[in-house]
Design a protein around this ligand. Sequence first.
Ligand SMILES: *[C@@H]1O[C@H](CO)[C@@H](O)[C@H](O)[C@H]1NC(C)=O
Ligand SMILES: *[C@@H]1O[C@H](CO)[C@@H](O)[C@H](O)[C@H]1NC(C)=O
Ligand SMILES: *[C@@H]1O[C@H](CO)[C@@H](O)[C@H](O)[C@H]1NC(C)=O
Ligand SMILES: *[C@@H]1O[C@H](CO)[C@@H](O)[C@H](O)[C@H]1NC(C)=O
Ligand SMILES: *[C@@H]1O[C@H](CO)[C@@H](O)[C@H](O)[C@H]1NC(C)=O
Ligand SMILES: *[C@@H]1O[C@H](CO)[C@@H](O)[C@H](O)[C@H]1NC(C)=O
Length: 868
Amino acid sequence: MERTVVHITLFGLLLSLASTLPNKDDWDIYSFHINSTVTSRYATTVITSRVANRMDESKEIEFHVRIPRNAFISKFRMFIDGQVYDGVVKAKEQAQQQYTEAVSRGESAGLVSSVGRTLEEFKTSVTVAAHKKVTFELTYEELMKRTHGKYELQIHARPMQPVSDFKVDVHIQEEAGISFINVKGGLSTKALANAITKTHIDKEAWVYFYPTVNQQKMCDSCSDQGMNGDLVIVYDVNRDNGLGHIKKSDGYFVHHFAPSDLPRIPKNVVFVIDQSGSMHGRKILQTRTALIHILNDLAEDDHFGLITFDGNVFHWKRELVQANSKNLESAKNFASNIQARGSTDINEAVLQGARMLNDHSREGSASILILLTDGDPTSGVTNLEKIQSNVRQAIAGKFPLYCLGFGFDVDFKFLEKMSLQNNGVARRIYDDSDADLQLKGFYEEVATPLLTDVTMIYVGGTNLTQTNFSQYYNGSEIVVAGEITDNNIETFTPQVVAISVRMDSQYSSLVIFLNLSDDRIQRVWAYLTVKQLLDKELQLSGPEKEKVKKEALELSLKYSFVTPLTSMVVTKPLGETTDVLHKPKEGERSQTRLPSRGYSILRKPTGARRLRPDLPGDMYEHMCIFWISGSGVIKHILEKKSEYFLFTRNVLTLCTSVSLAPVLHRFLLKAENQTVPLCFDVSGPVRLKLLHYPSRELSVNGELDSVTNGGFSRIFIHVSDSQHVEIDTNWVTVRDGQTVTYYTGQDHLTAGSVTVIVHNNEIDVATGDMRMVIIVHEKNGQKFLWPVLRQRPLDNNAEGLLAVEAAVYEEVQQAPVRKLKIKNQEADVTGEMVVDYSFASPVTMICWLMSADSALQRPLSQFVITQL
Ligand SMILES: *[C@@H]1O[C@H](CO)[C@@H](O)[C@H](O)[C@H]1NC(C)=O
Ligand SMILES: *[C@@H]1O[C@H](CO)[C@@H](O)[C@H](O)[C@H]1NC(C)=O
Ligand SMILES: *[C@@H]1O[C@H](CO)[C@@H](O)[C@H](O)[C@H]1NC(C)=O
Ligand SMILES: *[C@@H]1O[C@H](CO)[C@@H](O)[C@H](O)[C@H]1NC(C)=O
Ligand SMILES: *[C@@H]1O[C@H](CO)[C@@H](O)[C@H](O)[C@H]1NC(C)=O
Ligand SMILES: *[C@@H]1O[C@H](CO)[C@@H](O)[C@H](O)[C@H]1NC(C)=O
């Protein structure tokens, strides 16, 4: 069949792209990727944003992202016109000076510092010449913190416009095994829910988030400006309740300790509540609500006290009382009548709270003092240092003080210092509709003490991070990192000594050492050390403070962390208005690019035709692709034995020979919560219906060939009568009506409703509310395709192999033949290995192999088609 072929040249393709892409302000973010890898609870996230200046003049292009405040930025780079501009982490003063000098010389230099509280902003910009592109790449690192029995990896996505190539890839690896994983956050709701794919296999989990352009505009937290919200990956790891896991690598170790099988320790808790005038309105209402919830959660053997204060201090009762129902009723009554008025005497209130706890020493209990305030001290003692020293004296290290700062009128630094000085932490409560939940959430973190006076001992360890913890709460985790002296594991003996209700607990057995071969353990150590030094610096003054500060600065610089003491200096190109494109260097040849899978723009030569040369035997089918002759091309192709070429009038034809002998391809049917998935074999060559939506024209078909034992050789996506995307292991062809584009991935391509993006080994096809990634794998030198549906269309009437849900099975017999029961039908199975190709780096696992008909619960022939 002859088709009319329209010539697409490089110039033509770019023009057509420019006109079909959303053109927000003159420049276009054509790709935005977030890639997060979590290993041993240490997360490294890379944000890559690619932006093109579509204008005929140079433009200032901005890169503006938000990262979790607990993270340290560790790398920033810009790629402009083949040049790499690396950000450099410098001491803050030095960076400031360089910045000021550059500005005074009329140069521009970026300066990025750590700012803000919730998420931090990273912002820089660069001038990009007409029709040029820039790639921004930002890396940040953070140690996952366990609270409420889980870790939360927060990913904030706000690319500032809908982006056709937008994706988030998360990969979590935990040696101890992942016990559960969920995806939450504004971006996981309604319209976007089907853009999320989650896979969990024992020690590893993957979350992919691939929303289409339309979805990026229509979800709850989205607008014409695209998405603006969070994706939160929530997970926990398996625990054996011993000493926990110690991982080591290159002489460094990190110890995660989080036993949960201990009895709770009864607690004595005193709440000191600010009821000054500034708490008036919603704040006081929320405080009352939270207090009542918290009181409801107290256990009968807990003892508690309640103090409110403004310029005066009011006791509900002067002494702590038991949390029995009578006392709780009375306390709730008191709590619901708290009124806001007057000034703020923090000093007296906290001292009264401390006195109550000091007067109430009880064997085998854990005392906790919690202060809630929304303002600065305004009456009584108001000198901050004096208050701190009074409080320190009153508490004398006997119990932790937690300070909750409500809103932004508090002197948070003052609260932070005061809590740190007393073994506690300060937390900001955001003045928002959920403030009562934030208060309750904080309380729950400390609600169940399991151990007190925890001392972590590491004989044979040095440069340890914090080892003494006044209390350990259920759902949290103690993390200690350090160096192993002389990297000698023989003499390294970890031990935990702590007080529990049962007895003085001594954990000294059950250590699992995991040897890891990357520098992450060292980075965990550096991260924790810097964090703790910064906390320590806050508490000190004079020469001691300077010493600690210097230490923190040196480590920040060594590990390239952007901390409050350092800055990232981004130096930009100078004189970029000079466009050297039209000035080829001496000896430079005309640019014919290598046809390495899909990376160059194809020019289809005039008069060229598709050839099918006759070769002996029926065992071969031949596919030929036209190519313009060029030395680079030939050299490259000659390396491939299975391919040969013909020359006709300056046109090189690349042909691939394909054997037609049957080959087995193994398919996997994965279901959530199934430890062993089902699998079945399909013998090629065969053409299969992968996906078909009868309610629309969308269909996807694939061809299994007879050479590659792995996956598909060709996949065709029919979007409508006139729009088709044809993918094979070398090329992507997009047919849009009469226009045929041999698409090669230098840029992404939008044709009608289809967007095609080619990455190194992934072809991303989006149309309407469907997004599919075709991964290109290579095995024994043979390439093949594997389709993965990243986003299912909303209609649930899909047919095809990819739409089949894994059947629920029951194991009915193990020997002599293993039998599974699926919907009252028994089937013989064997345990076999299968490679899950739905990951870019394939994962090998065990599966129950059965016939395709049983696994699919219908005859395979229903999926066989004749035409791709
Ligand atoms: C994400 O980052 C990891 C670690 O740097 C890398 O191995 C992986 O290839 C990246 N994935 C993507 C999709 O870029
Ligand atoms: C601690 O938390 C675990 C679950 O995370 C729970 O099973 C256990 O009962 C809790 N312990 C106490 C004393 O509440
Ligand atoms: C680690 O400790 C040793 C002494 O035990 C000391 O010489 C070394 O400087 C320390 N390293 C760091 C990075 O603090
Ligand atoms: C930790 O606690 C132990 C015993 O309670 C004590 O001997 C040691 O000095 C403490 N270490 C630090 C750094 O406070
Ligand atoms: C870890 O490394 C130590 C020595 O470096 C070795 O003795 C031990 O066998 C290794 N453990 C594992 C599980 O590989
Ligand atoms: C998997 O297990 C979790 C928790 O046990 C449950 O909430 C979820 O519904 C299960 N999923 C399926 C598909 O059965």
